[in-house]
Design a protein around this ligand. Structure first.
Ligand code: ATP
Length: 317
């Protein structure tokens, strides 16, 4: 790993060009959380699947500036564009690590709902790392990018590669899982988002006074289901320890889950820390009927049929 090489931004016909990177969101097929450690983090055993709802980040060089700036395709009051945005932090971290002095502008088109439990901010950060790598021809290895990703947040390393993976530690120690199984999901986005730290606080409150929790070991039935393409075993193995905490903070979700479960879907669960509800369906036909039902609920802001696994952050131009 050499940080001392001269790094030059990508040029097209002499002009500084933007690099466009696309990054998927994720659902957690399995999420088991332990009691927080002394540093406040919850140890996790989780299985991520990247699904085809994508963020797009276009990164370009600002030659006569040094700062990182950001714009949103659709401005959203719950998504900051200053240094608290995870994408801006990713570009600043990349610049610092590779000694880059030029400014960077990020233009972000968000399709993953903010604070929805699908790692939208982390997807923007993973996309930004890939975009900066391509923009400045830094030729960082995947390991280099993963080490930056780990500094930004627990979901960011997985989104660099996508697919399906077991994640341990804070969710940042990734073991890819191979599977030929393609899953179809109906996502129901709720009107209000949920803060991940607030969901973990509620999880702690629910377990307060009980014995120390340790996250589950490797979820063997789920891994077997993925390996053998057994959809019924997979549906039975889905699990999310944060579900009750998320429902307590967002009681409307209970109704969305109930309807999804009675709609004929194979299973329904909360995605990550919520409040997005993900219903597993047999294929496109069932997806459309489950989608039509879920759209009747007033608390559902929108729905989307997605599939996974898909590849992680990748350059598109
Ligand atoms: P996770 O599933 O990783 O817990 P999430 O998808 O529930 O995350 P995000 O959309 O990543 O949540 O955003 C959580 C909060 O982080 C937002 O409410 C917002 O204030 C802040 N934030 C910072 N950067 C971003 C970003 N690029 N996109 C969206 N929110 C961001």
């Amino acid at each position: 790993m050499s940080y001392l090489r001269a790094i030059h931004p990508k040029r097209s016909g002499g002009e500084l060009a933007g690099v466009q990177v696309c990054c998927p969101g994720k659902v957690n097929l399995f999420l088991s959380a332990g009691s927080p450690t002394s540093d406040g983090y919850h140890p996790l055993t989780t299985v991520f699947q990247a699904v085809n709802v994508h963020e797009t980040v276009i990164a370009s060089v600002r030659d006569h500036q040094t700062s990182v700036t950001m714009s949103l395709e659709s401005p959203n009051p719950s998504v900051p564009t200053d240094e608290s945005n995870l994408a801006v932090r990713a570009a600043l971290l990349f610049k610092k690590r590779y000694g880059i002095t030029q400014g960077v502008h990020l233009h972000v088109d968000k399709k993953i709902p903010a604070a929805g439990g699908m790692a939208g901010g982390s997807a923007d950060a993973a996309a930004t790392l890939r975009a900066c790598d391509a923009l400045f021809n830094s030729e960082a290895s995947l390991e280099d990018l993963e080490s930056l990703a780990r500094e930004l947040g627990a979901d960011v390393p997985f989104l660099l590669t996508g697919g399906v993976a077991l994640a341990e530690g804070r969710g940042d120690l990734i073991t890819p899982l191979t599977t030929d199984m393609e899953l179809t999901w109906v996502l129901a986005f709720q009107r209000e988002g949920l803060s991940t730290p607030a969901v973990f606080r509620e999880f702690d409150r629910l377990h307060d006074g009980r014995e120390e929790l340790t996250p589950a070991a490797m979820p063997e039935p789920l891994i077997k289901a993925l390996r053998e393409g057994d959809i019924d075993l997979l549906a039975d193995s889905l699990c999310n320890d944060l579900e009750q905490a998320a429902i307590n903070l967002h009681p409307d979700m209970a109704e969305t889950l109930r309807l999804a479960r009675s709609s004929g879907a194979l299973a329904a669960m909360v995605s990550g820390s919520g409040p997005t509800v993900a219903a597993l369906v047999t294929g496109p036909e069932q997806a459309r009927s489950v989608q039509t039902l879920l759209e009747t609920l007033p608390q559902v802001a929108g729905t989307m049929i997605v599939h996974g696994p898909v590849a992680g952050a990748h350059v598109e131009n």
